[in-house]
Design a protein around this ligand. Structure first.
Ligand SMILES: [Ca+2]
Ligand SMILES: [Ca+2]
Length: 207
């Protein structure tokens, strides 16, 4: 291979484009889940606040609505699947500390609930994206809203190491992050290298 690397640039560019397409999660707060309301809502007490721009206070309890999903209603009468979804959310979060990626765009919904992707303990190395897991288990449906995420593009399992490193982001900005710009630049360069080398190869064959 003329550029002397083990992986060809097409593959590398593809990998980089995949990274660009997936959305990283961040931790804005850690909270302790006190009560599960239904399959997509719970109350939790903020234990540690990392993004102070959100206007929350440590020690206060907030109602949290899981972003971009909808579970069957539990009240006034349980809809089919409501009990299962509530139980699943309870077993993942109730009485546990969870990490919240709170929506930088709107923070709360029109009912004043914090909109968040909830990351619960999966194992020593990884947390699990509860919103996505409930959908994967067929207990809730995707219900996309205009917020920080496209649920489908968020990871299901996230290394703790990566989450702990993620700084709480600046308030919502339409500018892509520097890492994404850099990755886009590298991906574009690799594609260009691959194209040029393909053209040169064809010329050599033709010659
Ligand atoms: Ca956030
Ligand atoms: Ca969304």
């Amino acid at each position: 291979m003329p550029w002397g690397c083990a992986v060809d640039p097409w593959t590398l560019a593809g990998l980089l484009l995949a990274v660009l397409a997936s959305q990283a999660l961040e931790v804005d707060a850690y909270c302790f889940v006190e009560r599960v309301v239904d399959g997509d809502t719970f109350w939790c007490r903020v234990e540690k606040l990392l993004d102070t721009s959100l206007g929350l206070r440590e020690g206060e309890s907030y109602r949290v609505r899981l972003a971009d999903i909808n579970a069957p209603e539990l009240r006034p009468e349980p809809e089919p699947g409501a009990l299962e979804a509530t139980r699943a959310l309870s077993s993942l979060t109730l009485g546990e500390a969870v990490a919240l990626d709170i929506d930088d765009v709107g923070v709360t919904d029109r009912y004043g609930r914090l909109v968040a992707v909830v990351i619960a303990y999966h194992n020593e190395t990884h947390g699990v994206n509860v919103n996505k897991l409930l959908v994967a288990q067929g207990l809730a449906k995707v219900w996309e809203h205009d917020n920080e995420w496209i649920l489908e593009e968020t990871p299901l399992y996230i290394p703790w190491e990566e989450l702990e490193k993620s700084p709480a982001r600046e308030p919502a900005s339409s500018m892509p992050g520097i890492t994404q710009l850099l990755a886009a630049f590298v991906a574009a360069s690799l594609l260009a290298i691959a194209l040029i080398s393909m053209i040169l190869k064809r010329r050599r064959i033709a010659g």
